[in-house]
Ligand binder design. Structure first.
Ligand code: SAM
Length: 290
């Protein structure tokens, strides 16, 4: 039976499973905007994340919170998997990922990480890349990932370290926070999203009954061609910071653009810049006889 068969008819048809309680703090504007803001970097992070989570030929893998498919499409490139099931809360992303999919082993459907519409023990691995920090009840999502993985299989997740590991993004927030109380309030929310504190994901995995739990850091670099490449998605209103910037009056907005540009350029002519970006990653094994 394929995952498409295992899904209920509401889910197969792109609607949500009955009784599914939705839970996400993620705001989607446009799939293309997401790609420029984050998708290009999550694609880069997918490789090191798969190396950490592990993957073997023949496995069935679940990608929870697949977005536009950065991890989904990287999985069959990394091993001869037998099946990739991908779910996401956002219909905009599900539609975009479905549009991109050319691989019959991949099924992409709408679903909530906190009520995964799939049977117990179906997968060898469940992975969530840059998702748990948008799930207010992230522990429920981890419990659900554990439920759908067979004994001996692996649950793995990664979230950005917004507070200490993202200098390129922090630079925008810090610059704007220096100008305005509302930006200071939002920066605090940004820096302390769920699962971002050191050891927090590890503790959650242990509490949810996973064994051999390990937490590590994964590093990529975010490479920008110039200031426009860096600021464009935010300037277009993407993500929480983009939403904030879009709400500024014209005078404040011009001030914000100028201040962030100055921070990006750092006294040198506009041009390429490279920023380190660190994610916390955690994995654990589902206990029981495999
Ligand atoms: C930063 S994006 C990451 C997307 C993709 N994994 C990647 O790495 O590019 C966060 C994703 O989590 C999804 N998400 C947030 N809460 C969710 C939930 N409760 N159930 C399923 N997906 C959720 C969002 O819709 C969004 O696609």
């Amino acid at each position: 039976m394929t995952t498409a068969d295992a899904l209920g008819p509401e889910v197969r048809n792109g609607a949500l499973a009955k009784g599914c309680v939705m839970s996400s703090s993620f705001n989607v504007r446009k799939a293309a905007g997401y790609e420029q803001l984050m998708g290009r970097w999550s694609r880069k992070l997918a490789g090191p994340f798969i190396d950490f989570a592990g993957l073997a030929n023949g496995e069935r893998v679940l990608d929870v919170g697949c977005g536009t498919g950065s991890l989904t499409f990287a999985l069959p490139q990394a091993a001869e998997v037998s099946e990739v099931a991908a779910i996401d809360y956002s219909p905009v992303f599900v539609e975009e990922a479905q549009r991109r999919n050319r691989d019959p082993r991949i099924t992409i459907t709408q679903g909530d990480a906190c009520a995964i519409p799939l049977p117990d023990g179906r997968f060898d691995r469940a992975m969530a890349l840059l998702v748990l920090h948008f799930v207010p009840e992230a522990d429920k999502a981890v419990a659900e990932m554990r439920r759908v993985v067979r004994p001996g299989g692996v649950v793995a997740a990664a979230v950005w370290d917004h507070l200490g590991g993202m200098p390129g993004m922090r630079m925008m927030w810090d610059t704007l926070a220096a100008q305005d109380e509302e930006a200071r309030r939002m920066r605090s929310l940004y820096c302390f999203q769920p699962m971002m504190r050191p050891g927090e994901m590890r503790q959650t995995f242990i509490t949810q009954g996973l064994s051999n739990v390990e937490e590590t850091e994964l590093l990529i670099r975010m490479e920008y061609e110039n200031f426009a490449d860096y600021w464009e998605p935010i300037a277009a209103g993407e993500g929480p910071l983009g939403k904030y910037v879009a709400g500024l009056d014209p005078a404040r907005r011009a001030q914000a653009d100028e201040a962030v540009r100055a921070a990006y350029e750092a006294g040198q002519p506009d041009g390429p810049r490279s920023f380190a970006a660190v994610a916390w990653a955690c994995r654990g094994v589902v206990p029981g006889p495999s």
